[in-house]
Design a binder for this molecule. Structure first.
Ligand SMILES: NC(=O)c1ccc[n+]([C@@H]2O[C@H](COP(=O)([O-])OP(=O)(O)OC[C@H]3O[C@@H](n4cnc5c(N)ncnc54)[C@H](OP(=O)(O)O)[C@@H]3O)[C@@H](O)[C@H]2O)c1
Length: 312
């Protein structure tokens, strides 16, 4: 399986990381737990052994189910999780990066994941208060205690470049939204991956599902699915129309080379962003198997240019 080294680490991981957000069962419409369990087992069998989750996904449920499924083969898997979004679905979203909060968060994650270490522990969002050197000191202490192996960032933008500069070799990775449907973070990602030497992980890599070709202009989600909300722009208004045009191009390539549409959308990222890792949320084994077909081949330069042109 096509792998990459996360810079400044001894981690060699598949270039597709199994995204655990839907595993939490919250905000993604219908999620069937038997399917999730089968998906995690299948991922391990296929060698797709890199999992991304967050303490807050399903208020701990995503970590819990990953922990259950990896029992007995924890050492064969690489687990990335995140902290910093306060557990609360009732009030406005809040963030906390304080030492006391991180210390509580790591214990919760370790317990739910049934492990004594996290491979990659990521700051989900900065809280706008705790100085970054304090966060780094806490993370380094956790590293020395053996509770985390490496740490990374998430949702970072150029405004944070100055703050991050002294810690260039400390944070090994970052994750931002990037896909054929979302190019707004491209410049930021370039700065952090090339100048700051951090490995880029992309989230929303299938535009939350629109780039799989299974939705059309009449797409409607139930109220309990976050994509029903206007802020999930990929499924609404002009952005939806534009995305469907990108899907038309993906379909043409898919017919030509006999690969799933989702695999082509993922391959675009793998070929376009050097040494990137693509996070993909999956709800069942079939989705996982289709997505893994993105590995171990390349788009032609012509296909890459065409998709690039369509999406910007
Ligand atoms: N750092 C952050 O702040 C952050 C934010 C968001 C996500 N993430 C991470 O990134 C991961 C990926 O992002 P995401 O889950 O938001 O979006 P995504 O990967 O773009 O889309 C995932 C959704 O697409 C659909 N799908 C996936 N593969 C498919 C296939 N082969 N065929 C048909 N449908 C398919 C599934 O939903 P349906 O079947 O319902 O369409 C799935 O839940 C997350 O799981 C999480 O680990 C991180």
């Amino acid at each position: 399986m096509e792998k990459v080294n996360i810079k400044n680490t001894d981690l060699y991981v598949p270039r597709i990381c199994v995204g655990g957000c839907p595993f939490g069962g919250y905000g993604w419409g219908i999620v069937n737990y038997d399917d999730v369990i089968e998906t995690i087992y299948s991922a391990m069998d296929l060698g797709a052994n890199f999992f991304d989750t967050a303490d807050v996904y399903g208020l701990g449920e995503s970590e819990r189910i990953i922990g259950d499924c990896l029992k007995g083969r924890r050492d064969k898997a690489v687990i990335a999780t995140k902290f910093g979004v306060v557990f609360d679905y009732q009030t406005k979203r809040r963030y906390n990066n304080s030492e006391i909060y991180i210390r509580r968060a790591i214990e919760g994650s370790l317990r739910r994941l049934q492990t004594d270490y996290i491979d990659l522990y990521q700051v989900h969002y900065r809280d706008g208060e705790t100085p970054l050197d304090e966060v780094v000191n806490t993370l380094k202490a956790l590293q020395q205690e053996g509770k985390i192996r490496y740490f990374g960032m998430s949702n970072i933008h150029q405004e944070q470049a100055l703050e991050l500069k002294p810690f260039k070799d400390v944070f090994v990775s970052f994750q931002n939204e990037f896909s054929l449907a979302c190019r707004k973070n491209e410049e930021d990602m370039h700065v952090f991956s090339s100048e700051y030497n951090m490995t880029p992980l992309t989230w929303g890599s299938l535009g939350q599902g629109i780039l799989t070709g299974k939705y059309d202009k009449n797409v409607k989600f139930t109220k309990d699915d976050r994509r029903s909300r206007k802020e999930y722009v990929n499924f609404h208004g002009r952005k939806l129309s534009k995305n469907l045009k990108i899907v038309d191009e993906l379909k043409k390539i898919s017919d030509e080379i006999n690969k799933p549409i989702s695999a082509i959308a993922i391959r675009f990222i793998l070929d376009y962003l050097k040494d990137s890792i693509v996070l993909v949320g999956v709800k069942n084994k079939k989705q996982l198997e289709d997505n893994v077909k993105a590995l171990d081949w390349n788009l032609t330069q012509e296909q890459l240019d065409l998709l690039n042109k369509k999406s910007i």
